[in-house]
Ligand binder design. Structure first.
Ligand code: PLP
Length: 376
């Protein structure tokens, strides 16, 4: 018999008068991690010399804990400030000859697509975006991507699509691409804490954010590099670790910056462990599914159907198309004191609902009661 775990908003410092239903974008840092972070920054300000002398050893310890959380090979795990940096570094490493093709899908995150566009322009390559229908199952996804790999120099895939919350069949797609000698970059921004051992599918490069579902301080992300690319991979900022032989150390010190976030990040992993995240996650999923159904019913729409939804993201279709998401989100925030985000896919607009350990069923009830009024 599994115990039903209670929501723990008390572990966060979120405004209790606001309902937070968008953990997926910026995360939210638990109180305990904030305290560790503040203490580290106080140390830095008490004596910057002593602080910076202590950084390399502390960075190593934090990096190893973060790699272990992902069950990634620590020799191939580097710290980067965010998933965008990981993707940009990966594109800088992969050979992309003029006239070749960079392949991605219509699920690609906007900023990651821009990274692909920039590299395509610089190298004289073309960008091919494969259209995957929202409901596409794994077989369909594989069948649609396969023909695009002819003449491809690299394949960029979302592990969990930000637009739809769908999990792509990375292991199968990596095998397909490798059979055709096409390296794969995986944008795993949402994967840490949602997919267990997310880096184990054999991708050439995999990057993921710790500030999202592991609730670490922002600007904490990992880049996992397959062995054959480690010598050739460099951080985006050239600094003192330029000539470090090993990949993790080469990425560690990137000039003067706030290393406290990386050093404090493992505290959030300990908070997740204390929250019994592996037991809690399916319970959070069940709450979210119920909540999403409630909101869809109130709007007279439906929950977005995807074949493999991520545990803590669900789409609810809006009854109209929203051309400009920001004013809409701001209006809902001002009127209802509820924070949501929107996504668009295949010409439709959706609310993308999140759930984390601080959310409770009443959060979704409040949205289902208020939103029809705001849309009227
Ligand atoms: C799928 C995906 N990729 C990349 C990113 C970019 O992450 P960052 O802002 O940390 O670079 C996000 C952010 O939400 C995302 O959802």
């Amino acid at each position: 018999m599994v115990t039903v775990l209670s929501p723990r908003p008390d572990l966060w410092t979120l405004d209790p008068d606001v309902v937070h239903l968008n953990h997926g974008s910026w995360g939210a840092v638990p109180r305990r991690t904030q305290e560790v972070l503040s203490a580290l920054r106080a140390e830095a300000e008490a004596n910057p010399m002593v602080w910076f002398r202590s950084v390399p050893a502390r960075l190593t310890a934090a990096r190893l804990e973060l790699a272990a959380f992902l069950e990634a090979d620590p020799e191939g795990f580097a710290l980067v400030p965010n998933a965008s940096a990981g993707i940009t570094a990966a594109f800088a490493t992969v050979p992309i000859p003029s006239g070749s093709r960079i392949v991605t899908t219509n699920h690609v995150y906007g900023a990651s697509r821009f990274a692909a566009e920039r590299v395509a322009r610089a190298r004289g390559a073309e960008l091919l975006v494969v259209e995957l229908p929202m409901q596409a199952d794994d077989d369909t996804v594989v069948a649609l991507i396969e023909p695009a790999l002819v003449g491809a120099s690299v394949l960029l895939l979302d592990h969990i699509s930000a637009a739809t919350g769908t999990i792509l069949p990375i292991a199968r797609l990596v095998e397909l691409a490798h059979d055709r000698d096409v390296p794969v970059i995986v944008d795993g921004a949402h994967a840490p804490a949602l997919i267990d051992a997310p880096t184990g599918d054999g991708a050439d490069f995999w990057t993921g954010n710790f500030h999202k579902w592991p609730a670490a301080p922002r600007a904490t992300a990992g880049l996992v590099v397959a062995e054959r690319w480690r010598q050739a991979s460099y951080p985006l900022i050239t600094s003192w670790s330029e000539y470090d032989e090993r990949l993790p150390e080469r990425f560690d010190m990137q000039g003067t910056q706030d290393y406290a976030t990386w050093i404090a990040a493992p505290e959030s992993l300990r908070v997740l462990a204390d929250l019994e995240w592996s037991v809690r996650r399916p319970q959070v999923t069940a709450m979210l599914e119920e909540g999403a159904r409630l909101v869809a019913k109130a709007l007279g729409t439906s929950v977005g159907e995807v074949a493999n939804p991520a545990p803590t993201l669900r789409l609810v279709e809006l009854p109209m198309v929203v051309a400009d998401a920001e004013p809409f989100k701001e209006h809902v925030s001002n009127e209802l004191q509820i924070e949501i985000t929107l996504t668009g896919f295949e010409g439709r607009s959706y609310i993308r609902l999140s759930a984390h350990a601080y959310n409770q069923p009443s959060d979704y009830e409040k949205l289902s009661e208020g939103l029809p009024r705001v849309l009227a």
